[in-house]
Structure formats: structure tokens, C-alpha cells
Design a protein around this ligand. Structure first.
Ligand SMILES: [Zn+2]
Length: 124
């Protein structure tokens, strides 16, 4: 994320501790009906044991969609389309799981299934 993308977040921090805001990292959504399909907290995987996800869980609950923490490993040497090396995924809503290691291919297939199962497609 470049500094321009962070301008609002940085500005908002100066409003004081009573006015809190957090960027939502990712909302997978259906490109046909624009419904949210999943809410994700994303972070570079630095072998962290946990990552805070309370707000992402509450957003997922409010949207009635699954919520996840997705930790990703990047190979900076590779072109952007091939830069992801692997993922660790934790489901946080509707139930909380442990972290599961998944390959890039598994992750892509999982995203495809998520999108292919939007209720707007199943009703046809
Ligand atoms: Zn849809």
C-alpha cells in the first residue's frame, strides 16, 4: 500500500482515541449481485502465532458471511501474478478454527468455490 492509500488512515489517527477506525483488508464479493461473500483480515506471514480479528469477526457477523484471517507468504522476486508462495488461513466466523496451511492452488480453488456459491447463482 503506498503512502497515498494510507492518507485517510493516517489523518484519522489524529482525530483522537475516542473516534476509532480500522481498514477492512478484504471483502470478497459477487460480481453479479455485489453481495459480500467473505470478510478477511490479511497480513504478511511472519510466523506470527495470532493476529487480532475482533472487528473483522463482528463485520462478518453483521454481514452474515464467513470471516477469515489470511496470512500470506510472498516471493518479492517473482512477478505479481506469481508472487504468492503460500497461505495460512484461520476461519473466525461463524466458528473459530486453528490456522491451516494451504497451497496457492488450493487457495485459488477455495476462492473459486466461494464465488461459485453465491446465493444469487444457486437460485438459478
Ligand atoms: Zn451473487
Amino acid at each position: 500500500m503506498n503512502s497515498r492509500d494510507m492518507a485517510y488512515s493516517k489523518w484519522h489517527r489524529h482525530l483522537g482515541d475516542d473516534i476509532t477506525m480500522l481498514d477492512i483488508d478484504a471483502v470478497e464479493f459477487c460480481n453479479k449481485c455485489w453481495s459480500p461473500l467473505a470478510v478477511m483480515e490479511l497480513a504478511n506471514d511472519v510466523d506470527q502465532k495470532s493476529k487480532p480479528f475482533t472487528l473483522t469477526l463482528k463485520v462478518a457477523h453483521g454481514c452474515n458471511v464467513p470471516g477469515f484471517v489470511v496470512l500470506y507468504t510472498v516471493d518479492e522476486e517473482k512477478p505479481v501474478e506469481d508472487c504468492m508462495v503460500g497461505f495460512r488461513i484461520m476461519k473466525i466466523y461463524p466458528e473459530i478454527s486453528g490456522y491451516n496451511h494451504v497451497t496457492v492452488d488450493q487457495y485459488k480453488k477455495w476462492l473459486k468455490v466461494l464465488h461459485d456459491n453465491c446465493p444469487c447463482l444457486r437460485s438459478k
